[in-house]
Ligand binder design. Structure first.
Ligand code: BGC
Length: 466
């Protein structure tokens, strides 16, 4: 191929890959939208349906509980039916759930509809990153996978803005129903997107895999042959039974992945993401528009600091960002608790509370937010990667469910200050966990990461034998 022709083909391939990642990224946007939208909507739903703390918790926690099941099903189903089909199914289920929740006549239907939306989110959050990583060329895989987290934060921000737009008419049904729009985009977009070439090779359809690679790589037969060979080799390495998760080296990586999955949630991020306006109301701001506006501030900061994190992850390293970010979370959680002690004047308390919320979200966005999802995709051996990553994803949604269900009850039991100090104390444990157990993976090849976990296992064995 001529020089000009190959440049043109490389440009076209890059364009196609970015377009594919962007369309699949709509799955992340929906993840963010449908989890974040409840923040503004809850203020009106609780009034319309006369909901107490437990029932409000159920409406919020229905999505994460559905997502646990969606994520559990997505791993094996995406191997069987293909990643693209799973994302398409997720889009359909999203549309169904959004319409049903918008039309819900009572809290029971609303909770069921939100569980359905949760299933779609679980499917999308497990299948879309895998699809993106398999379509992306190796050199831009990390960045494209992290774009998924950016899409999640953009979805949350859009949900808050829609909440603000419909605040005047208390239009919670509009807020929930509009989730259909990006879901339609995902459905129509995915129909036109290619199958994952890796999945096609796995099903034995080399011919279709070649045709796909010709569109998303430099269209040169040698390059395509090489990639098909590489995919085949990596599939040969892939016996991948569930029992392999019990090998010592996989277990050592799972301790880090599942540990981070749980700590990402139990340090309380979704009390802020799902209940931001409710928390702002606690500070004495008593217009719903004012509290939703503060939530929009939270959403903007979340997006801005996620963008910063994407730039810093490969420079400052994962560990440095984790230590700085989690320290910021701990300090702001203790400040937030202090703002609710009732000693300070109420205006001062409101300002401290809102400022603490902002610092807390910024600190999460440069640390536990993107870094959990990134490490969960890069620390497991290839043979068990999708299953092990699935276990991490399920743990994340399970603890998301527990925290969102219990937040208001925790406040009733410990008081507002006590609740935030409780999350702050878990933040201190998180710091110790990151310091002692999380490896630096910046710039390392995946094999080097494996060698690190093997060395950890060997050291422990050495210490155990006298
Ligand atoms: C978490 C979500 C959270 C979001 C906030 C994600 O990394 O998994 O639970 O709502 O970040 O940006």
């Amino acid at each position: 191929m001529s020089q000009g022709g190959s440049e043109e083909s490389a440009r076209r391939a890059r364009r196609n890959v970015v377009l594919t990642a962007a369309i699949a990224g709509l799955g992340g946007l929906l993840f963010g939208y449908d989890t974040g939208v409840i923040a503004g909507a809850l203020l009106f739903i609780k009034g319309d349906f006369h909901l107490g703390s437990f029932a409000q918790g159920l409406v919020v926690a229905a999505v994460p509980i559905g997502a646990v099941f969606g994520a559990a099903y997505a791993g094996p189903a995406a191997d069987r039916y293909g990643r693209r089909l799973m994302i398409l199914v997720a889009a359909g289920v999203f549309i169904l759930g959004a319409l049903a929740s918008a039309a819900a006549p009572g809290v029971e239907v609303l909770v069921i509809a939100r569980i359905v939306i949760g299933i779609a989110i679980g499917l999308a959050s497990a299948a879309a990153p895998v699809y993106i990583s398999e379509v992306a060329p190796p050199e831009s895989r990390g960045r494209l996978v992290s774009f998924f987290q950016l899409a999640v934060t953009i979805g949350i921000l859009v949900a808050y803005l829609i909440g603000l737009a419909f605040d005047g008419i208390e239009g919670w049904r509009w807020m929930l129903g509009l989730g259909c729009v990006p879901a339609l985009g995902l459905a129509f977009g995915m129909v036109r997107m290619p199958q994952s070439p890796r999945w096609l090779v796995m099903t034995g359809d080399d011919f279709a895999a070649r045709a796909t690679l010709a569109k998303i790589r430099v269209d040169d037969p040698d390059t395509i042959d090489r990639e098909i060979e590489e995919i085949k080799e990596s599939i040969d390495e892939k016996p991948g039974a569930w029992s392999e998760l019990l090998q010592p080296v996989v277990k050592a990586a799972l301790v880090v992945g599942v540990g981070l999955a749980i700590l990402q949630q139990v340090t309380g991020i979704n009390t802020v993401i799902y209940y931001a306006p409710t928390i702002v109301e606690f500070t004495g701001v008593n217009s719903s528009a004012g509290s939703i506006l503060a939530a929009v501030g939270v959403g903007v900061i979340n997006v801005a600091f996620t963008i910063l994190a994407l730039r810093l992850l490969d420079r400052a390293g994962r560990r440095t960002l984790l230590m700085i970010g989690v320290s910021g979370m701990v300090i702001s959680l203790f400040a937030l608790g202090a703002a609710f002690t009732g000693n300070a004047s109420s205006t001062l308390a409101s300002v401290v509370a809102i400022a603490s919320l902002m610092v807390y979200v910024a600190s999460f966005a440069i640390s536990l937010g993107p870094i959990f999802w990134l490490l969960n995709a890069e620390i497991y051996p290839l043979g068990v990667r999708s299953k092990a990553a699935g276990v991490g994803t399920m743990a994340n949604w399970t603890f998301n469910f527990i925290v969102s269900l219990t937040f208001l009850l925790l406040i009733e039991a410990l008081g507002k200050s006590g609740a935030f100090w409780f999350y702050g104390a878990i933040g201190i444990l998180t710091l110790v966990f990151c310091w002692k157990l999380v490896p630096e993976t910046k710039g390392k090849h995946l094999e080097e990461i494996q060698a690190y976990f093997q060395a950890r296992v060997d050291r422990r064995k050495g210490a155990a034998t006298p």
